[in-house]
Structures are given as structure tokens and as C-alpha cells.
Design a protein around this ligand. Structure first.
Ligand code: NAD
Length: 335
């Protein structure tokens, strides 16, 4: 994919949230496209670069540490960058119940800082990452970009605010911006707060009972490689400028059915135990999500390639490696 006809070839790309799950995969994808990647890991005193510690960084990647909440830091961060993928975010819904102010500062103010810095630096493209959580429980399926936004958690509210801030920079200042709106993404390196890693990590760690929240809600799970392909396709698509665009598979499966599929792949007969501490408040739970991905297909030719079963099998295989599983605290409910 390194040929010069590739629109991303040789570009200087900034990925915020590169230390996280999707960001670390996106950095790998971009390097296969022949990009030079500046990867932002959140500053911490251990100088720990999160999942960037585990990937082959090579010479094409430069890691910077810092914080998107600081506008001065963001100004320096985007210098000499062609394309920004903004993924840095607080993403856990349960933690947003206990620390909502931090979500406003990270997700809304952080997005403002990145957009303002990108504008001042004259970057050619910003892809801001939203989430299907902004739609809340589906009023109709599949969910197109026209679906109303329903802030059912402080996380969702902060992402709606972030999206609005980003889009205002398109309207007010002509920032060349696209909002990418992935549905639930899964794969190796996902945080244990998410449901698929929770299920796999508990089974792999030999738990006697599988502790879950509500098993009835449905989700549109997309394998991380497909999500990254969607993000890259949107960055190269002029027709996507000024638009919010879903990335998803147009499949729907309940949490209970997902757990059953994983149990089968792992050859486990573990019993499922619904734990009240893992339940969201009734009106905060998003009961149904299924993506209408026709817009991204139309704009970019995007096609999800990895089936749910293949994606689950690849994720299980990754977790089965004790070096990976050892990084998770499978027995603890991590908000
Ligand atoms: N995982 C999903 O299913 C999913 C679905 C839809 C959208 N998204 C969006 O994709 C993006 C990435 O999500 P993820 O699943 O990889 O989450 P993640 O938690 O693994 O990654 C987010 C990263 O952002 C970094 N970060 C947080 N606060 C920061 C700050 N103040 N400054 C700099 N960096 C900071 C964290 O260190 C973290 O590694 C997020 O914007 C999220 O809203 C995720």
C-alpha cells in the first residue's frame, strides 16, 4: 500500500488517543499506507505510552506525550501536520456517571483545542471521532446519520458537545473537517471496560461465573480493522467534508447472544450472572444500536470485511496469549 497513488502516502499524520485501543490500531494501519505518524499518548509520570508500547513503531512513528485539555500543548502538537485523526477521549460510560466534569474537559474542551490548533496550523483535514452512543436507544433501525441525538449518559452528552464544537469549526471557519461516527468496535487491546473483552478475559482467566450487566441490549459490533479502514477512507474523501458519517457493519446482536458465541468459540459452558453493579440506570441504558452504513459505502466504497465470528475468534486468540491477558484485571469490575 506504499505506492505514491495512495492519497495518504507520505503524509504527516497526527493521531490523538494513539495510546488507546482504536488509536494504536489506526497508527499501524497508517504506517502500512506509507504515512509518517505523530502519535499522542496521554502524559503520565511513568512515561507509559499505553498500547504504543506493544506495537512495532519503526522510524515512521514519533510518540509525543501530552494532554488535549491544554490549548498551548495542542498548538505545538499540530505543527507541520497534514491530517489529524482526533480520537483522544474519555470513553467509559460508568466512569462518566462519577466524573462528568472530566468528560466535558477532555471530550468537549479537548476537541475545541484540537480544532482551533488545526485551524491555526492550516492542516488539510481533521477527522473527529464521534460514537454511536450519541444516538441513544434507536427510535428506528438501522440508524442513519439523520437519527436524533439523545444524551443518555454524560459520556454521550460530552460526545454530542464535542461533535457540535467540531462541526461549528467547519461552518464558522471552513475547517476541512469530517465527523466519523463508529459503532461499537472490538478487537485485540480493547479496554476491559467494554463487554467483549470483559467476557473473553473472564472466561480466559478461568472464572466460574461470567459476571455481566444487562444481557438484552443489542449492538452493532465492528472489528477494529474495519473501523480503521473506515476512518482512513473518510480522511481521503472530499465528499465527506462537513458531514457526520457512520462506520458500522449493519449487523445487530444482543449481549447475551454475543456471550453465547464467545462461549462456543472458547469451548466454555460458563454460567452467566447478571450483576446489579454493572447495570446502567434504566433510562441511561442504550437498548438498541444498529448502523445504517449506506452513507460511508456511497461516499467511499467502504465495505466491512471481517465477519463477527472471525473478529471474535481473532480477539479470543489474542486474549489467549498470557502476555496479553496478564495486562487485564479480569476479576475486577473496572468502570
Ligand atoms: N471503542 C469503541 O467501541 C468506540 C466506538 C465508537 C467511538 N469510539 C471513539 O473512538 C475513540 C477511541 O476510543 P477507544 O475505544 O480507542 O478508547 P481508549 O480509551 O482505548 O482510547 C482513548 C485514548 O485517549 C487518551 N486520552 C484520554 N484523555 C486524554 C487527554 N486528556 N489527553 C490526551 N489523551 C487522552 C487515553 O489515554 C486513551 O488511550 C474515542 O473518541 C471514542 O469515543 C470508540
Amino acid at each position: 500500500m506504499n505506492e505514491p497513488s495512495n492519497p495518504l502516502f507520505g503524509k504527516n499524520i497526527l493521531v490523538t488517543g494513539a495510546d488507546g485501543f482504536i488509536g494504536s490500531h489506526l497508527c499501524e494501519t497508517l504506517m502500512t499506507h506509507g504515512c509518517r505518524v505523530r502519535a499522542l499518548a496521554q502524559y503520565n509520570s511513568f512515561n507509559n505510552w499505553g498500547w504504543l508500547e506493544d506495537i512495532d513503531r519503526g522510524e515512521a512513528m514519533e510518540v509525543r506525550t501530552g494532554d488535549v485539555r491544554d490549548p498551548f500543548f495542542c498548538q505545538a502538537l499540530v505543527k507541520d501536520i497534514d491530517i489529524v485523526f482526533h480520537l483522544a477521549s474519555l470513553i467509559a460510560i460508568p466512569y462518566s456517571y462519577v466524573a462528568p466534569q472530566t468528560y466535558v474537559e477532555t471530550n468537549i474542551t479537548g476537541t475545541l483545542n484540537i480544532c482551533q490548533a488545526a485551524l491555526e496550523a492550516g492542516v488539510a483535514r481533521v477527522v473527529h471521532t464521534s460514537t454511536s452512543e450519541v444516538y441513544g436507544t434507536a427510535r428506528e433501525v438501522p440508524i442513519s446519520e439523520e437519527h436524533p441525538l439523545q444524551p443518555q449518559s454524560p459520556y454521550s452528552a460530552s460526545k454530542i458537545g464535542a461533535d457540535a464544537m467540531a462541526m461549528s469549526y467547519r461552518h464558522a471557519f471552513a475547517l476541512p473537517l469530517t465527523i466519523a461516527r463508529p459503532f461499537n468496535t472490538f478487537g485485540p487491546r480493547q479496554s476491559a471496560r467494554a463487554v467483549i473483552p470483559t467476557i473473553i478475559a473472564q472466561i480466559a482467566a478461568g472464572a466460574r461465573r461470567l459476571k455481566l450487566g444487562d444481557t438484552r441490549p443489542t449492538r452493532d459490533f465492528t472489528y477494529v480493522e474495519d473501523t480503521c479502514a473506515g476512518l482512513v477512507a473518510l480522511a481521503a474523501c472530499d465528499a465527506a467534508l462537513g458531514k457526520a458519517v457512520n462506520i458500522g457493519s449493519n449487523r445487530e446482536i444482543s449481549i447475551g447472544e454475543t456471550a453465547a458465541a464467545i462461549k462456543e468459540i472458547m469451548g466454555s459452558d460458563i454460567e452467566i450472572l447478571e450483576q446489579s453493579e454493572r447495570l446502567r440506570p434504566e433510562t441511561s441504558e442504550v437498548f438498541r444500536l444498529r448502523c445504517d452504513n449506506s452513507l460511508i459505502r456511497e461516499l467511499t466504497g467502504f465495505e466491512p470485511r471481517v465477519t463477527l465470528r472471525d473478529g471474535l475468534a481473532r480477539t479470543v486468540e489474542w486474549f489467549a496469549d498470557p502476555r496479553n491477558l496478564g495486562k487485564y484485571k479480569a476479576g475486577i469490575y473496572n468502570v
